[in-house]
Design a protein around this ligand. Structure first.
Ligand code: URA
Length: 446
């Protein structure tokens, strides 16, 4: 294989054969090709794209670069969800125990905060003692025992993707739809799933803000899954404002526990139930959307879903007392209320400003080496369009020190402008995408 010839062919609008992709990716994963050659190839892909056969070949090569989580001995459905990421998005913490409590296996592999978006692993690690670095073998044993494991991408799964993703991040080549699809699906397909649900965010706080690009990504991921025997359904959900009220690691864990007790904010519950219902349908645990919503309400009101969360926390070394006593969670030293400076309407609550604001007050990473303060963040009490009077509570800042409070004030002033005209919101869940196409999403009448 003469790598410059392959780069040249891609650069000039040609295509590479599946065997060539396999050789390239295996060789890069085992340090046989230098970063500078793959960087040049990535930039050529950025401008020339990948056709369907190439995307399939890249996905298979990335899966084959590592191990798989073999759960084929299980007779129950094996289901997971992937989100393109957001602010205040703690859906995984609620949905995983909820679905496991209804009889599915949930091998959930999550990520850390990326850019302005939060990460499920960082939220889980706010629970004292909670470990997300399980080996595949430990995860498999835990799933056999309690039906769910919440883990990070181990070195064993799709190592080629890990290396290529880091290079894309450093070479401004992340935003290539077929490579994003191949990257995400290589990890998900290595989990040995029988069904996958995608949460494709739209709006200013989304990874791909324009819904059309998100839908193109969803279609590519659906095709990759279905061609490999894993049915995939995607929902387009709103990320033009944060989801729920809490934005920050420990306070999001608290809100998730409240949600599992039946006291979650309406928007968070609607998005969680919409996604979880699709999982229950894919797993044939529910016979209709209405049946799924009824089963989920039952699992929450009976305490079954919360009990499952307790089992997961205990199994992964976390302190299970946090379920009943959230004062054990890390907390900020200081809090300060942020109130409306005038009468008017909330024009917007911008997720990007809030997300970067959390990093600013030390709740997220500026560099990969940064340690984060799990206790800090914002609890936001308003949504775009809400009428407010001067002095009404808009949000609460949770910070480590006075400097954090001052920075938090500045963030909220920018993120929550009050004006004479009411802001508008995208529909919380707008579209349902399957291999048959895109349709409007309808909330079940239950
Ligand atoms: N998340 C991933 O895992 N891969 C991408 O390429 C983009 C987001």
């Amino acid at each position: 294989m003469i790598v410059p010839r392959l780069i040249e062919r891609k650069r000039d609008g040609g295509r590479l054969e599946p065997g060539e992709w396999h050789e390239l990716i295996q060789s890069y994963a085992t340090n046989g090709i230098p970063d500078y050659q793959i960087s040049a190839l990535l930039m050529a892909i950025f401008f020339r794209g990948l056709d369907r056969e190439e995307m399939n070949a890249v996905t298979d090569a990335m899966i084959d670069s590592g191990a798989r989580l073999d759960l084929s001995h299980l007779t129950i459905p094996r289901l997971d969800k992937h989100s393109t990421g957001g602010v205040g998005d703690k859906v995984s913490l609620i949905l995983a125990p909820l679905i496991a409590s209804l009889g599915a296996a949930v091998p959930m592999m999550s990520g850390r905060g990326l850019g302005h978006t939060g990460g499920t692993l960082d939220k889980l690690e706010a629970i004292p003692g909670f470990r997300t670095d399980l080996t595949l073998d430990a995860a498999r044993k835990q799933i056999d025992r309690i039906g769910c494991a919440l883990i990070g991408q181990t070195n064993e799964i799709a190592p080629a993707d890990r290396k290529i993703y880091a290079l894309r991040d450093a070479t401004a080549t992340v935003e290539i739809v077929p490579l994003i699809a191949a990257s995400i699906m290589s990890k998900k397909l290595a989990e040995g799933l029988t069904g996958l649900v995608l949460d494709v965010k739209e709006g200013s706080g989304a990874f791909l803000p324009a819904a059309e690009r998100g839908i193109t990504l969803a279609k590519a991921m659906i095709q990759l899954g279905e061609d490999r025997g894993c049915p995939v359904v995607a929902l387009v959900t709103a990320m033009d404002r944060p989801l729920g009220r809490a934005c920050g690691n420990a306070i999001e864990v608290k809100e998730s526990i409240d949600a599992l007790r039946g006291n979650g904010p309406d928007d968070l519950m609607e998005v969680t139930f919409a996604l979880a219902a699709e999982m229950l349908l894919l797993g044939k645990i529910a016979s209709s959307h209405e049946d799924a919503w009824r089963q989920m309400r039952g699992a929450i009101s009976s305490g079954k879903a919360l009990d499952k969360f307790r089992q997961i926390v205990e199994a992964q070394g976390g302190d299970p007392r946090i379920i009943d006593d959230q004062s054990i969670l890390p907390a900020a030293q200081l809090t300060e209320k942020f109130v409306a400076p005038r009468d008017g309407f909330v024009r917007e609550v911008t997720p990007r400003t809030i997300g970067y604001g959390i990093i600013e007050i030390r709740g997220g990473r500026r560099t990969m080496e940064d340690t984060i303060d799990p206790g800090v963040g914002f609890v936001i009490d308003v949504k775009p369009g809400d009428p407010v009077r001067r002095g009404d509570l808009l949000a609460t800042i949770h910070a480590r020190d006075e400097a954090g409070i001052a920075a938090g004030r500045k963030v909220l002033k920018e993120a929550i402008p009050i004006g004479d005209e009411a802001g508008t919101c995208l529909p919380l869940v707008s579209r349902r995408i399957t291999s048959a196409g895109v349709a409007p999403w309808m909330k079940p009448a239950v």
